[in-house]
Design a binder for this molecule. Sequence first.
Ligand code: GP9
Ligand code: MN
Length: 414
Amino acid sequence: DGSELVEVNNYIRANQAEPNPELYGMAEGRNLIMISLESLQSFVINNEMNGEVITPFLNELTKDPNTYYFSNFYHQTGLGKTSDSEFILENSLYPLNGAAVFTTNSGNTFNGMAQRLSDKGYYTNVLHANNKSFWNRDMMYPKLGYDKYYDQDSFVVEEGEAVNWGMKDIPFMEQSVDLMQEMPQPFYSRMITLTNHYPFTLDEEDKMIQEYDSNSGTLNRYFQTVRYMDEAVKVFFEDLKESGLYENSIIVMYGDHYGISENHNDAMSRYMGKEITPFESAQLQRVPLFIHIPGYEGGKVIDEVSGQLDLRPTILHMLGIKTDRDMQFGADIFSEEHEEFVVFRDGGFVTDEVVYTKNTCYDKATGIEIDGAACEKDTERAQKELKYSDQIINGDLLRFYDNKTGNLIKPDSE
Ligand code: GP9
Ligand code: MN
């Protein structure tokens, strides 16, 4: 009946992080472009494979003064994969355990980032060249506050422009910029790439580097499709500059979830040159996050531990939109009060000192197993957050909450 919200609300308000005044509103009024980089993990960034650079364009961005690059940013998705990453960044809530919330709870009331931006006059849309009902997106997007879904029917796929799951990323990027040129501004466009998806197949002409030579064909091909996606991002930046939209935009790019599962640990350990322990597996859940602000010179590499739930408050604050009344579990990464505490859907977590995974506590700096007591308090807190978030989703509790006033709507007044 909504009464659980009182406790949840108290917890959220007590753990809230004030925006960083230097960055709050710094991109106000700009277009927001978010790019989901399919299956991209951080281990390929600023790394090589048999002497070849894997992500030349993204590597440059990590050193670019217009760009913040987050080197300790973790995905927090569950079975809902891409759709979970979308759910998380829109709501700053945890995904569900064992089910994709996009398919189970599309009837809920949400307060998505798209909704907040729509309320501020943004034209909100998603661009993704797949069937509109995949992951129930056609049902979920309106609920999150999206005005429009540019699905596969909005794109023209010429002969030779499709591979693997569908349209190749390079023509997808080109046509997305064409579509953006027709959009009213400011807009919030979220783009979802597709080529770097399992089983990581490419046409010969799109292979820009060699395959790797491990016993996993999946890992071997992964490097090539990552290289192709990097090229697609480069094409996107070039086209956006040509379109004239670049200067008045802010571009956020993030990896949605892992691409290489634990089934490929043998091959991964060969590539990484070390055993893939549960600790290393947890560290492999890092995905890249880039925040690129044309014309801004303060960018740098940030190694603060952070996760996908932090995206919503971080971005809304940069756009000058307050979140201090929102029911969200993440925090603005730029805030002085941002805590280094990232919880995974399975109850594992990472802080600046420890990694807790598979019921084992590890020292973060050394990867050595330590006494469980060092993880105990945070284990409880992780369980609490997951429980509160599940309560919100399973009870559809946001229908009892008015985020404009911060008031709980008493059920009997319904
Ligand atoms: C499908 C794409 C991939 O539209 O987002 O989904 P995934 O399998 O990564 O969840
Ligand atoms: Mn995905």
